[in-house]
Design a protein around this ligand. Structure first.
Ligand SMILES: C[S@@+](CC[C@H](N)C(=O)[O-])C[C@H]1O[C@@H](n2cnc3c(N)ncnc32)[C@H](O)[C@@H]1O
Length: 257
C-alpha cells in the first residue's frame, strides 16, 4: 500500500518509518511511505508557504499554491486513484473501522498535514476528499496524526504482524476491550496471577479472557455494547460480578475507576 504525506516536516514522519511495525511493513514491501514538502512548490525565494489570514486574526495560514502543488505531485505519482485525506481537528473522528477499511482496500492515500492556524479553505475545497481528526484535542501539526494513521494501517497489512490472531483479538475488534495479560514472573511484588492461566485448560482460559474483556468493557466503555450488546452468558457474568462473585481485573480497575 502506498501512503504519501504532504508535510513541512518530512523528517518527523521518516523517524516513525524507521521504527517497529511501520519499518517492518516497509521492509516487507507491504507499505511504501513518501514525503512531499510543500516548500518545494513555493514560488517564494525564501520557500515560504504561509501568510496572514484575510480579515485579520491570530496566526498564519498555509497557502493554496505550495500545498496543492505538493498534493498534485503526490496524486500524480500514486499508483491508481488515491484518496486525499487532510488531518484536521474539524474532521470526522478516526477509528478502527476507518483504518480497517483503508487497509483492506489498499487504495493509495495522500495524507495532508496542516501547521500554524491550518489550511486556506480553498485547499480543502479543491483537493481534499475527506478530513479526519485524531480526537477532540488540538495538535500543532498534522504529522503525528498522519503517523498514527500509518502505524494503525501497517499492523493490519497481511504478513506484517507475526501472529495475525493478535490483531483480531485487540481492543475494539469485537466491540469489546482487551482482557488483562500476564507474563513471567508468576509472583511479583507479592502479586500473583489468576490461577486459571496456568491450568493448561484452554477452554477455561478462553472463557476467563472473554469474561474479563466483557467486564472491562462494561465498566469503561459500555457504549461499545450498543452494537453487540451483552449476550445471555455475558449478562449472567455481569450479574455475578455485580454481586461480587467473580475474579475481576482488580489491578486495572484501581488505575481507572
Ligand atoms: C494548530 S492546528 C490548527 C487548528 C485549527 N485552527 C482549528 O482550530 O481547527 C494545526 C494543524 O494540526 C493538525 N491537527 C491539529 N489537531 C488535530 C487533530 N485533532 N487531528 C488531526 N490533525 C490535527 C491539523 O493538520 C491542523 O491544520
Amino acid at each position: 500500500m502506498q501512503i504519501s504525506v504532504v508535510t513541512l516536516f518530512p523528517e518527523l514522519v521518516d523517524a516513525g518509518n524507521r521504527c517497529g511495525m511501520v519499518r517492518s511493513a516497509i521492509e516487507k514491501a507491504s507499505l511504501a511511505v513518501r514525503g512531499y514538502n510543500p516548500r518545494d512548490w513555493s514560488a517564494d525565494r525564501n520557500r515560504r508557504v504561509d501568510d496572514r489570514p484575510f480579515g485579520g486574526g491570530p496566526g498564519m495560514l498555509l497557502q493554496p499554491g505550495p500545498i496543492c502543488g505538493a498534493i498534485d505531485a503526490a496524486v500524480s505519482e500514486s499508483e491508481g486513484e488515491p484518496r486525499v485525506v487532510a488531518l484536521s481537528p474539524q474532521g470526522r473522528r478516526l477509528d478502527r473501522h476507518v483504518i480497517a477499511d483503508w487497509a483492506e482496500r489498499r487504495q493509495p492515500l495522500v495524507l495532508v498535514c496542516g501547521r500554524y492556524e491550518g489550511f486556506d479553505q480553498r485547499i480543502l475545497d479543491s483537493r481534499v476528499d475527506e478530513e479526519y481528526s485524531l480526537g477532540d484535542l488540538v495538535l500543532s501539526g498534522g504529522e503525528l496524526a498522519a503517523m498514527v494513521v500509518i502505524d494503525a494501517i501497517a499492523r493490519r497489512l497481511p504478513g506484517v504482524v507475526g501472529d495475525a490472531q493478535s490483531v483480531v483479538e485487540d481492543s475494539f475488534e469485537a466491540d469489546r476491550l482487551d482482557h488483562p495479560h500476564y507474563t513471567r514472573p508468576p509472583e511479583w511484588e507479592g502479586r500473583g496471577i489468576p490461577g486459571v492461566l496456568t491450568s493448561g485448560d484452554h477452554r477455561r482460559i478462553a472463557a476467563w479472557r472473554a469474561e474479563q474483556a466483557m467486564l472491562t468493557t462494561a465498566r469503561r466503555r459500555p457504549d461499545l455494547f450498543t452494537k453487540h450488546g451483552p449476550t445471555a452468558d455475558e449478562r449472567a457474568a455481569l450479574e455475578r460480578h455485580w454481586l461480587g462473585d467473580t475474579d475481576a481485573p482488580r489491578a486495572r480497575d484501581r488505575t481507572r475507576d
